[in-house]
Write a protein that binds this ligand. Structure first.
Ligand code: IMP
Length: 445
């Protein structure tokens, strides 16, 4: 049985939700290991359409176990909203959704601080989702955070007071409203604790038991590698580790138990929020990609910034994650172009860079160097075999593989499960423990 990490190799929104949903039948459990309701997974099947923010998309597969790991930051209200939506659609969660009691709680003051900081930051702002993600992780690392297991603790009020002592002066300086008494916030937390109780557990022990029983686990990263707090375009990043290493720290499953990493890449590039984006298309081509690709945030509705495929950035992400295989998504969005540029280097201060730079200023100055590939000007949606794709689309895929150093094992040409090409691939076959037939059956259902 294999355990595999699915990770975004760009700035998020690569279409991980669809790929996780598609591969689910080959795994016994799906685990999310970082982030919070800043993520948005859109999963479509039949005439149903689910926008999941916190809960792994495995929940839509009857009988599948889902874990929200210790590396996550969880706003209880957001989780309850999602649960209500799922229950209203007849999706059963009791006994299948396991939430780590070590995951951190996002509290009302975290959101208030996130919004107040962004409001005051002017052009320096990160462009966060405003969900309180950064301040919640800040409190965790400062060792003043509140784990979900502690929401009902008699000591909670003291911990809240400690957090408020740190945050209120900053909030006041930023002109935000006072947050109210710790006792009132503690009452709210106790009510959350009661509703959360049936879902909370020591997920590390649960996962270790599953590993010993030979059950296979799919780890689902949120956001993308270039938003990683260590390896991304810091400080324009999220506050967690979406990269594959985060799967281990964010779940308690050791790296030695992970068999492979499947990187998800969009056939072009998008980014939401602030920060450098070499090759951002500010004119009509960017607008075309945005409209055709429906590039508007699932969580905030913000228009995404668009550009051509950046092979420099993706090669860096392939290496960071050890991604041997790729799922290439939204190929169909490129159907209408005569020619398709691909960024193969950056020109910076007269120098040609072929490695992704760590320095923000270098990235801000970087002028993309493009290689232009022929377009195919034919519809690709509905192709179920690589051989059905236009020759130029196949050549585009092969060129990307060579440029980034990983093999494309999944091609997505639309949001539906049925719009996916899964060419025979021995590595994917091994990673899915010989259950690819079940994946294909679901695709074709
Ligand atoms: P935060 O995670 O809300 O703190 O936002 C930090 C940065 O990450 C901002 O640029 C957000 O736009 C970006 N971000 C956070 N979550 C996602 C996501 O799921 N997709 C794409 N960008 C995201």
């Amino acid at each position: 049985m294999s355990n595999v990490v699915i990770v975004g190799l760009q700035w998020g929104d690569e279409g991980k939700g669809k790929v996780v949903d598609l591969l689910c039948p080959a795994f016994d459990a799906v685990v999310r290991y970082q982030g919070g309701h800043n993520a948005g997974h859109t999963v479509k099947f039949g005439d149903r359409h689910f926008a999941l923010r916190l809960i792994p998309s495995g929940i839509l597969h009857p009988g599948q176990e889902c874990v929200m790991g210790n590396g996550m930051v969880i706003a209880p209200n957001a989780l309850f909203e999602e649960l209500d939506e799922l229950h209203a659609a007849g999706v059963e969660t009791a006994g299948r959704l396991h939430v780590s009691n070590r995951a951190q709680a996002i509290l009302p003051m975290h959101k208030a601080l996130d919004l107040a900081r962004e409001g005051a930051a002017g052009k320096e702002k990160v462009g966060t989702t405003g969900r309180g993600i950064g301040p919640a992780y800040e409190m965790k690392i400062a060792r003043f955070g509140v784990r979900l297991a502690e929401l009902g603790s008699p000591r909670l009020e003291d911990r809240l007071r400690t957090q408020l002592v740190r945050m209120e002066p900053e909030l006041a300086a930023l002109g935000a409203e006072p947050l109210g008494e710790p006792a009132r916030i503690a009452d709210q937390c106790r009510a959350w604790a009661e509703r959360l109780a049936p879902y909370l557990t020591d997920t590390e022990h649960l996962l270790h038991g599953w590993l010993e029983a030979g059950r296979s686990i799919l780890f689902e990263g949120a956001q993308g590698s270039l938003l990683d707090v260590d390896h991304g375009t810091y400080p324009y990043v999220t506050s967690s580790n979406p990269t594959a290493g985060g799967a281990s720290t964010g779940s308690g499953v050791p790296p030695t138990a992970i068999d492979g990493v499947l990187g998800i890449v969009k056939a072009y590039t998008t980014r939401v929020g602030g920060g450098p984006f070499p090759g951002e298309l500010l004119g009509s081509e960017g607008e075309f990609l945005r409209k055709r690709g429906n590039e508007f945030g699932t969580v905030t509705g913000r228009p995404r910034r668009c550009g051509w495929f950046d092979a420099v950035a993706v090669r860096y992400a392939v290496r960071l994650n050890g991604a041997e295989l790729l799922a290439l998504t939204k190929l169909d969005v490129l159907d209408g172009f005569d020619e398709i540029p691909v960024c193969v280097g950056y020109r910076c201060g007269g120098e040609l860079l072929t490695e992704f730079p760590s320095c923000l200023e270098t990235l801000e100055e970087a002028e993309p160097v493009y290689e232009t590939l022929p377009g195919w000007k034919r519809e690709t949606a509905g192709c179920l075999e690589l051989e059905q794709l236009p020759d130029a689309a196949r050549a585009y895929i092969e060129r990307l593989e060579r440029l980034v150093g990983a093999q494309v094992a999944v091609v997505s040409t639309g949001p539906r499960r049925s719009e996916t090409i899964l060419p025979p691939n021995p590595t994917l076959d091994r990673w899915t423990s010989g259950r690819l037939a079940e994946v294909l059956a679901q695709r074709d259902a």
